[in-house]
Design a protein around this ligand. Structure first.
Ligand code: UDP
Ligand code: MN
Length: 307
């Protein structure tokens, strides 16, 4: 039997190679996040399992720009490690278009795909470009029912109503993680209510004492759906907190919040409400006159594709 002999020099070389590989792995680990400080903080806390989960609730409906809107949102989810997406389609079934967006963003373990159709009689157009009934009510309520039945209530988490056409900064999600148990976080929203920015007004102790809203300022909470997020425990404590068709236009936010908080319990975020991290953008209706002409000839530009 031949004996394999390892010389001390070879051992030394092996040790050096091993240390080098270890250093490379360590360096690469650090390189997983090179972004701004709030993102780095988010990643290191996420690795330590210290981040509260954020349940983002998004009603969505089929229209030409749906995939584009959802793709934009899905890229936020790629960046924010502790988001769970509850996406509720306003349709009779869940669709492969929506599922494919989620899968393509690598979110297979981080989403819940639901569906419930808004009754068609609620979708007749009213006087202005809005539906006669508020949008997203059935969908958000189904998500709340899902949360109350399935969410991990032993751990602090945050719930955010995230419409599919707004523009969100990743930084907004870093802010939401500061929401304390039992509290509702609030912040400014850009381009809404006829103003450049709607925002909570604070006193010198940084308590919310009012809002600058110009549109229906008499509402109990004159803020947009994107202006707040809620500690999950409040939804468990107050099971009667749901959205309703029985309220006037613009009162959905007040309807849900009246169960959950008083004004002085609101927790101001985003640099004490001085930063705008979300904008109430609205996507223009897609013009498809040439597509319609094609369809009349029995053709389509998107044959066999999901656009
Ligand atoms: N939505 C829906 N069904 C509809 C219309 C809207 O599920 O028939 C969803 C939409 O995708 C969005 C939310 O409800 O996530 C709010 O709708 P929209 O953005 O049109 O409202 P607004 O911009 O007027 O607040
Ligand atoms: Mn919108």
């Amino acid at each position: 039997m031949s004996e394999v002999r390892i010389r001390p020099r070879q051992v030394l070389v092996l040790i050096i190679v091993f240390i080098f590989v270890l250093m490379m792995v360590h360096r690469n680990g650090k390189h997983t996040c090179q972004g701004p400080e709030y993102l780095q903080a988010m990643y290191s806390q996420s690795q330590a399992n210290k981040l509260p989960k954020i349940y983002a609730i998004t009603p969505t409906y089929a229209r030409p720009a749906q995939k584009a809107e959802l793709t934009r949102l899905s890229h936020l989810f790629m960046l924010v490690p502790n988001l769970h997406w509850i996406i509720i389609e306003d349709s009779n079934t869940t669709t492969s278009l929506v599922r494919n967006v989620l899968l393509r963003a690598g979110l297979e373990k981080r989403f819940t795909q639901l569906n419930i159709k808004t009754p068609t009689e609620f979708k007749i157009k009213g006087k202005d470009p809005n539906w006669i009934k508020p949008r997203g009510v059935e969908q958000r309520n189904l998500a709340l029912a899902w949360l109350r039945a399935h969410a991990d209530v032993d751990h602090h988490a945050v719930v955010f109503f995230m419409d599919d056409d707004n523009s969100y900064s990743v930084e907004l999600f870093a802010e939401m993680m500061k929401i304390k148990p039992g509290r509702v976080g609030v912040w400014p929203v850009g381009l809404v209510g006829g103003l450049m920015v709607e925002k909570p007004l604070l006193d010198e102790d940084n308590k919310v004492i009012g809002f600058n809203a110009a549109w229906r300022p008499e509402r109990p909470f004159p803020i947009d759906m994107a202006a707040f997020a809620i500690s999950l425990d409040l939804f468990i404590k107050y099971p009667q907190a749901v959205f309703s068709y029985e309220v006037q236009r613009g009162y959905q936010e007040s309807e849900i919040l009246r169960h959950l908080a008083t004004r002085d319990q609101l927790q101001p975020l985003a640099n004490n409400c001085r930063d705008v991290l979300v904008w109430h953008t609205r996507t223009e209706k897609t013009k498809l006159s040439s597509e319609e002409a094609l369809i009349k000839q029995g053709k389509r530009s998107d044959e066999g594709m999901q656009v």
